[in-house]
Design a protein around this ligand. Structure first.
Ligand code: NA7
Length: 538
């Protein structure tokens, strides 16, 4: 035992990660009377919302829908202040939940898990940490988050840069003041788009380096509407259930018509009304075929481009900001507050990296194929090695010592996005092959946690020792995930959903597009049929 050991040597379950998923999993397994610890690399709980502290960080799901549903009193008591929750508010919500349910005592902070090895004789997992501690456990649950391994730009020179640099997902807790600074931001995904308007307010000069423009819609964020709050609170149970049965984990009225069967004026009017709702699903869910048919999609894409052209004064800049190379929605659309308007300020300039690619970071700035831009501070909003990055960063070994990295060399394979065959008693929360990042994450997290908890409970009451997906069930599910994805426009786009943002990463749609409701039904059926597709043994 190491002198500073933070973990016991034996547990029933180890959970890796103390975000929304790990904390809820802890709560559920502890309620079964199990010995459980959560191991967390960060210095505090919160996961995504602990790390992503960049200015303007905010969830793109509305506050009233981005919260746990398992504690009905909590959902009545908690008061969100804005339509969309900011990172500090979500973090204080997570802290409140942890305190309310006394979760912290079973969270081991500042401890990075480096390995998890399965031993076939004992049917136990040995989980190892960076400090050398080891713990044996029957179950190993990966609650590592889908967007938790930062990606830097694939150009040399960052170590030479003499100014300050920051990645949006590893932002100093004390914040950063860019007043009086010349700032460069590389990356225009959600993080860049949320941070840029705020950085622009402080910086004397802001240069935005854009590789691919994104579709972004306004949040129309503001103080939360108390009438809406009262209405939702009066029927929260019903709304939560509707969310669980929905396509993306937020209860909305599903579209019924094709975009192509509607008169262009009526269609425009509909998009306009939905634009004003200020959410992700409004325009995207206006018609049945926007994510499946290019011509239909183009009607929505052109509507959004029209908005960009209206907002941005300089026509050349507006054109650069207009996405034209992929279908609307197939890269995660962003929600912003004043993003496009920012480019109307004289001290903000946009550099199109498709025209003049990034070459290197220099001692004093950023060099493209055209010229060097001298800056004092550099912000990397360059995204993540999504969905598989955090799982593969851990040396996970299953039966026969097979590594997860070997198993997934052509892309992730799991049954139901929950368990890879050959890795008994190991579960992934919102793993690849489940709706995950293509849904309201909290709804999907709760589904997975509750399903895993029921399974573990069943194992214990039936005195079973191991559960693992069969190769056949895993293959059938993985094929199904691909087939459903292939019915949509998603696979045509280079996005992090496809692994396309990380050079060398296998290209395939990692999330399941069959819908949160149908997916949940499938998981329930599997459980009801004696965990069909899983091998359970004593
Ligand atoms: P994203 O959405 O992956 O955005 C990253 C951005 O950084 C995107 O514009 C990338 O361009 C750009 N990028 C990445 N690598 C480079 C290099 N090498 N050179 C230039 N530009 C680069 O990450 P976010 O953190 O913004 O958002 C992630 C999710 O969090 C978001 O989807 C929401 O679900 C919440 P690209 O598009 O790859 O050409």
């Amino acid at each position: 035992m190491s002198a500073t050991r933070k973990l016991p040597t034996e547990l029933d379950a180890v959970i890796v990660g103390a975000g929304f998923s790990g904390l809820y999993q802890l709560y559920k397994l502890r309620n079964l009377g199990m010995r459980v610890k959560v191991v967390e690399a960060g210095s505090d709980i919160g996961g995504t919302w602990y790390w992503n502290r960049y200015p303007g960080a905010r969830c793109d799901v509305e506050s009233m829908h981005y919260s746990y549903s398992f504690d009905p009193e909590l959902e009545q008591e908690w008061e969100w202040t804005e339509k969309y929750p900011s990172q500090p508010e979500i973090l204080s919500y997570i802290h409140h939940v942890a305190d309310r349910h006394d979760l912290r005592k079973d969270v081991v902070l500042d401890t990075k898990v480096t390995a998890a090895h399965y031993d076939e004789d004992s049917a136990l997992w040995t989980v190892r940490t960076e400090s050398g501690d080891e713990v044996g456990a029957r179950y190993c649950i990966m609650a590592v988050g889908c967007l938790s391994v930062p990606k830097k730009p694939e150009v040399p020179g960052l170590e030479r840069f003499r100014g300050d640099w920051y990645h949006t997902c590893d932002w100093p807790e004390s914040g950063v003041d860019f007043t009086g600074k010349r700032v460069a931001v590389i990356g225009t995904g959600s993080s860049g788009i949320q941070a840029i308007p705020i950085i622009a307010k402080q910086a004397t000069e802001l240069t935005v380096f854009q590789r691919t423009p994104n579709f972004s819609l306004p949040t129309f964020n503001g103080p939360i509407d108390q009438g809406m709050v009262a209405d939702i609170k009066s029927r929260y149970r019903e709304i939560r259930e509707e969310s669980r049965q929905s396509g993306f984990g937020v209860a909305i009225e599903p579209p019924t018509r094709s975009a192509l069967e509607v008169d262009p004026d009526e269609r425009h009017h509909n998009y306009e009304e939905r634009w004003r709702r200020g959410n992700l699903t409004g325009v995207l869910q206006a018609y049945t075929d926007l994510l499946a048919d290019e011509e239909a999609n183009e009607t929505a894409a052109e509507f959004v481009r029209g908005k960009i052209r209206e907002i941005v004064d300089d026509p050349e800049t507006a054109e650069k900001l207009c996405p034209k190379t992929y279908a609307f929605g197939t890269k995660r659309p962003c929600l912003d507050t004043g993003y496009y308007e920012t480019f109307n300020s004289d001290h903000v300039q946009l550099v199109d990296l498709k025209e003049t690619p990034l070459v290197e970071i220099t001692g004093s700035g950023v060099r493209t194929s055209d010229r060097e831009y001298e800056v004092d501070s550099l912000v990397l909003a360059t995204g993540f090695d999504a969905m598989t990055g955090a799982l593969l960063n851990i040396d996970v070994r299953g039966r026969g010592g097979q590594t997860l990295r070997e198993k997934w060399q052509d892309g992730p394979a799991l049954y139901l996005g929950l368990n890879p065959a050959g890795f008994p008693n190991l579960f992934t929360i919102t793993g690849p092959g489940s709706p995950s990042v293509l849904s309201n994450m909290i709804v999907s997290i709760e589904q997975h946690v509750e399903w895993i908890t029921d399974l573990v409970d069943h194992m214990r009451s039936s005195e079973l020792r191991t559960v693992e997906a069969t190769e056949t069930a895993e293959k059938e599910w993985t094929d199904h995930v691909r087939e459903v994805g292939d019915m949509t426009l998603y696979p045509k786009t280079d996005s992090w959903y496809m692994g396309a943002n990380v050079p060398g990463k296998p290209r395939l749609l990692m999330a399941y597009l069959g819908g949160v409701g149908p997916y949940w039904q499938k998981c329930q059926e599997v459980a009801a049929n004696d965990y069909e597709g899983f091998a359970l043994s004593a």
